[in-house]
Design a protein around this ligand. Sequence first.
Ligand code: PGA
Length: 258
Amino acid sequence: MSATRRPIVSGNWKMNLDHFEAIHAARSLGLRLTPRAAAAVDVTIHPPFTDLRSVQTVVEAEGIPVSLGAQNCAIEDAGAFTGEVSPRMLARLHVTSVIVGHSERRRLFGETDELVAAKASAVVRNGMIPVCCVGETEEEREAGAARDRLAAQLAPITSALGPAVTGTVVIAYEPVWAIGTGRAATPDDAQEACRWIRDLVRTASGDQAADTVRIQYGGSVSPANTSSLMAGEDVDGLLVGGASLDAAAFVDIVTAAA
Ligand code: PGA
């Protein structure tokens, strides 16, 4: 956590909670989030597409201090792309950030580093912030190749966005072996990887971008490990999966990050 970059905590609901449950979850957040925590941290929630309109309506009507996010999007704004979800239409729903390149999309749906970069550009083109996920597998880490893997994932993104935009986005360091396993990275390992990412951004995009880009850690984040993870100088926030489905736990994470 740094003195200059505002913390950002994001809840990735993945393919959980139908729109009835999502309304309930958003209200539970509204009841629990204190003004103090909401003033100190950017909080985003990323429900499934089918929930977005319902959650948008509740968040706006009740003044719940969270921003709406999505989990994925198409690279085109409109056209003959059956089954895809347009970033332009997400922006029309007041979605402000979109996760791109989550490891589940890379691993299960074959998203390449280049496609992820194109998605990041599509999100920016529509006035939203991409939360660009990068992270190594366990085998890559054991082989000492983690930094190289992060570099390969980041390069197309920084080149597609350019230096000025890169400084405004969010990069999420999510080691694949830590996601949904209950085995979070140690605070030192999370900080080291976030530092690598900031150094890679510095090389590709310059000091301004490196000093302003916000870097999250994600992977088995819980209320118990939030403070120690956030202690890292280059860790600006958290991308939370499982624990974001429990409003009390998620608010504990936001409060500890504040
Ligand atoms: P997790 O998921 O917190 O359940 O490990 C994190 C993520 O996939 O973004």
